[in-house]
Design a protein around this ligand. Sequence first.
Ligand code: HEC
Length: 79
Amino acid sequence: MLVAGRAIYVDRCSSCHDADGSGTGDGPRFNRGRLVQVYPDLGDAAAVVSDGRDRMPAFGGLLTAGEIDAVLRYVNEVL
Ligand code: HEC
């Protein structure tokens, strides 16, 4: 699960959120526990990833719910 999440993150997210989740100017920082501070219910973060928001692209048509869950678990537990 975390390995799959990492692969998706590197492929789809790191260009805007940086490899370590510290943000690049294009996407906000969400490493070191910040994701769960902003989204105590990770399902709310999954909705942002699925639907997109502002300059954050929608991934709902590209990733399954399970893949979005995996990538958010990777962000939350590893970054
Ligand atoms: C093209 C650049 C880009 C890519 C690629 C991208 N994001 Fe984002 N992301 C953003 C931007 C910009 C925002 C801020 C949106 C806003 O201001 O509402 C954001 C916001 C978010 C948020 C909400 C953060 C918060 O503090 O509210 C999450 C969670 C998130 N992205 C996860 C991901 C994940 C997971 C991926 C890969 C599947 C990803 N993003 C790929 C640009 C990107």
